[in-house]
Design a protein around this ligand. Structure first.
Ligand SMILES: C[S@@+](CC[C@H](N)C(=O)[O-])C[C@H]1O[C@@H](n2cnc3c(N)ncnc32)[C@H](O)[C@@H]1O
Length: 314
C-alpha cells in the first residue's frame, strides 16, 4: 500500500549486498545514521533476520514515522532522535562500543521534500524554513533576512557552484531592504529577476535552495564528524557505506575514504598490520556506484545518487 510519504529507498539491493559480509559476524549491529522513513532499515531487517539496527534521524517526524511503521521490528530496531555526528552520545546511551556497519543515506526524505510546510521545495512550499530538525533555532527565513552579501555569495558558490552567485546575493540583499523575504514564492521571483534574461531559472533556483539547505543544516561539517566517529566504532571487517546526492558531499566522502585506504608515504615499508585502522575500498577503481537506468526511471530522485563504501580490514 503506497502512503502519502512513501520513500523509495535508493540503491536498496546494492546496499543489501554491500553489507552482506558483516552479517557473518555473531551479533551484527548496523547503524542507519539517516533512518528517514525506514525504507532501507525495513529492507535490511527483512533480508537479515538476526540483524539489529540503531536508527538515527535529526528529524523527529521521521523518528515518529519509523516507530509506528516498523513496529513489527521493535525488538531489533532502536531509534534515536539525534544528529549522526553525535555517535558517542547515541552509542553510549545504548551501551554499544563496536559496530559492524554504518550506513549514511544523505539528503532529504520524501516526507521532508513533499511537505510544503517544511519549505525545502521551491515548487510547492510556502514559508521558507528548510530545517531538518524543527527544534533547530535558525530557519531559512531568519538566515536569509540577516546574512550579509559576502557570506551569501560564498554559500551559493561554495555549496552549489552557482555561477550567478554574486548577482543573486546582491538581489536578495536589495529586496530584503524593502521587505522581508518570507516565502519561497518571493525568493523564486528575486532569483528569476536577478539572472540574465533567457536563462532557464529552474536549475538555478534549485541550486540556490540546495546551497541554503546545506548551510542551514550544517550538512558538511556534520558529515565530516559523522564519518570520523563511525571509523572510531567500526569492528574489524566492518563496513561504512554512504549514498550522497550532490558533488560537495560526494567529494568529501571520496577523499575521506581515500585517506583511509591510502597508506601514508611515511609508513611505507612498515608492517601494515601496525597501521590501524586500515581500510579497503569497495568501489572498483574509486568509481562511485550509481543507480541502474531502470532505477533512475522508476525513481527520479535516485538519478544523482553516488554510493561509496569502505571495509575495515584490520
Ligand atoms: C534520504 S533520507 C533517508 C531515507 C532512508 N534511507 C529511507 O530509506 O527511508 C535522509 C534522512 O537523513 C536525515 N539526516 C540528514 N542529516 C542528518 C544528520 N546529520 N543526522 C541525522 N539525520 C540526518 C534527514 O532528516 C532525512 O530524514
Amino acid at each position: 500500500m503506497v502512503n502519502a510519504y512513501e520513500h523509495i529507498p535508493v540503491l536498496k539491493y546494492e546496499i543489501g549486498e554491500i553489507f552482506r559480509p558483516v552479517m557473518e559476524q555473531k551479533e551484527p549491529v548496523l547503524v542507519d545514521a539517516t533512518v528517514g522513513l525506514g525504507g532501507h532499515a525495513k529492507y535490511m531487517l527483512n533480508l537479515y533476520p538476526h540483524l539489529k539496527i540503531i536508527g538515527i534521524d535529526r528529524d523527529s517526524e521521521a523518528i515518529d514515522y519509523v516507530e509506528s511503521n516498523l513496529s513489527e521490528f521493535s525488538e531489533r530496531i532502536t531509534l534515536a532522535h539525534d544528529t549522526f555526528d553525535r555517535l558517542d552520545e547515541v552509542l553510549g546511551v545504548n551501551k554499544i562500543n563496536s559496530v559492524s556497519g554504518f550506513f549514511f543515506d544523505l539528503g532529504l526524505s520524501s516526507m521532508q521534500i513533499d511537505n510544503p510546510k517544511r519549505g525545502f521545495s521551491w515548487r510547492n512550499s510556502d514559508k521558507l524554513d528548510m530545517r531538518m530538525d524543527q527544534a533547530d533555532p535558525e530557519d531559512a527565513h531568519e538566515y536569509l533576512n540577516t546574512v550579509d552579501q559576502f557570506q551569501l555569495t560564498e554559500i551559493f558558490r561554495g555549496n552549489s557552484e552557482e555561477r550567478y552567485a554574486p548577482l543573486i546575493a546582491k538581489a536578495i540583499i536589495k529586496a530584503r531592504a524593502k521587505q522581508n523575504i518570507d516565502t519561497t514564492a518571493q525568493l523564486n521571483e528575486i532569483i528569476k529577476k536577478s539572472i540574465p534574461k533567457g536563462k532557464n531559472p529552474a536549475p538555478i533556483i534549485q541550486r540556490v535552495y540546495q546551497a541554503l539547505r546545506i548551510e542551514i543544516n550544517h550538512e558538511i561539517p556534520m558529515l565530516k564528524f559523522g564519518l570520523e566517529k563511525a571509523v572510531k566504532y567500526l569492528t574489524v571487517g566492518g563496513i561504512i557505506a554512504v549514498i550522497s546526492y550532490h558533488s560537495l558531499e560526494d567529494r568529501l566522502v571520496k577523499y575521506y575514504f581515500k585517506s583511509l585506504t591510502n597508506v601514508p608515504d611515511s609508513i611505507l615499508g612498515a608492517n601494515l598490520s601496525e597501521v590501524e585502522p586500515n581500510f579497503l575500498s569497495i568501489n572498483r577503481n574509486a568509481k562511485a556506484i550509481m543507480p541502474k537506468i531502470e532505477e533512475q526511471e522508476y525513481n527520479s530522485r535516485s538519478h544523482s545518487a553516488r554510493l561509496r563504501a569502505v571495509q575495515r580490514i584490520h
